[in-house]
Structure formats: C-alpha cells, structure tokens
Design a protein around this ligand. Structure first.
Ligand SMILES: [Zn+2]
Length: 197
C-alpha cells in the first residue's frame, strides 16, 4: 500500500526518495506526501504530510495519461487545427503571477473548442480576467477554457472531441484565443500544472 502510494507520488513529481518507496512509512514518505498536499492546493494543517481524507481521495484518482479516450480518438488540440501560440510558464510582467498559467491557442473568433478528454463540465462563468470560461473535469484534473465567445456545454457529461464552446476574446485578452489551463480537480488559481491531457 505505502509502496504503491509512493510510486504515485514519484509519478506526480513529489517523491524525494533515495532508494525508492518501501513497505514502511518513513520521514521521506511524509515529506513526499506533504509536497503532494501542497501541490494540490492544501495548506498548513492539511499539508502536514499526514494523509487526510481530502488528499487521500485525490491521490487514489489515477493520474492523467495520454491514453486514447472512450470515444476512440486522441484529441490533438483543444482548438482543432490550431497549435499553441503562447506556451505554458512563459514569464512576463503582464501576468498576475509573473508567468503564463496555461497555454494559448490563437484562432479566429467562433472557432470550435472541444473537450480534450471525456469527462464532465463542472463549472461555467464569467470572470474579469478569464472572461467567459468553462471547466471540464476528467481524470482528477480540471481543464479551464477561457476567453470564450460562446459556452456551448455548461454542465454534464461530454465525450473527448465534443464541441463545448467557441474561441473569443472576453475578459483580459488582447485578441481571439483560447487560454487553456490545467489544475488538480478543484484547485485554485496558481495550482496550475503542465496543460497536457
Ligand atoms: Zn493565456
């Protein structure tokens, strides 16, 4: 149990083991677990390296992997036919955290945006920075679709490749593009991870 948990922590980039996870709970396990808790946005007592229900439930969710979706095909881009125009983690003073928290896909207004994985739409809204946004939850992660002109599917199940919205330039945006961001499920702004799927 501890060994398999340790392997997952290593896979998530939180393992600090010298010899790999073993069968007993060690100080290294606790440190790695605390790193994992911080990574998923927990703080203070919830990030003490002692497994609590919050973090434990999250750790048991299999990590996202680029396996083909239930619909059969792997989605090549959240904006089919369009590639990344501004990469993740690029630094710049105009971003509130000093770096780009997602990947941008520049495309004309109205270009379809699709679910990158099968999952469920758990949130939609309007934000001063992100404009009209949608959140797709799949595989223990949230995928944020921002600056949309249209929010086609706001709630419920979607399949990989299904259209969920359209590219726009709402919110703090200098031109039509999709800002595509990935966070651990339920994670707040700043808990972003590399936006792969
Ligand atoms: Zn962006």
């Amino acid at each position: 149990m501890i060994a398999s948990m340790g392997k997952r922590l290593v896979a998530e980039g939180c393992g600090k083991y010298k010899t790999g996870p073993g069968p007993v709970w060690t100080e290294a396990d606790q440190k790695s677990y605390a790193a994992w808790q911080s990574k998923i946005g927990l703080r203070e007592d919830d990030a003490d390296g002692i497994p609590g229900k919050l973090s434990w439930d999250r750790l048991r969710v299999p990590s996202a992997s680029p396996t083909p979706s239930a619909s059969g095909g792997r989605v090549a881009s959240p904006v089919p036919g369009h590639g990344i125009s501004t990469r993740y983690r690029v630094k710049g003073p105009h971003w509130s955290l000093g770096y780009h928290t997602g990947a941008d896909y520049a495309a004309p207004n109205g270009t379809p945006c699709v679910a990158v994985r099968s999952g469920s739409m758990v949130r939609s809204g309007q934000d001063r920075s992100f404009g009209n946004f949608l959140v797709l939850r799949a595989g223990g992660f949230d995928y944020w679709y921002c600056h949309l002109s249209e929010q086609t599917v706001k709630r419920g199940s979607v399949r990989a490749g299904q259209k969920i919205g359209e590219v726009g330039s709402t919110g703090n945006s200098t031109g039509p593009h999709l800002h595509f961001e990935k966070r651990p499920a339920g994670g707040g702004f700043g808990s972003d991870v590399t936006p792969t799927w």
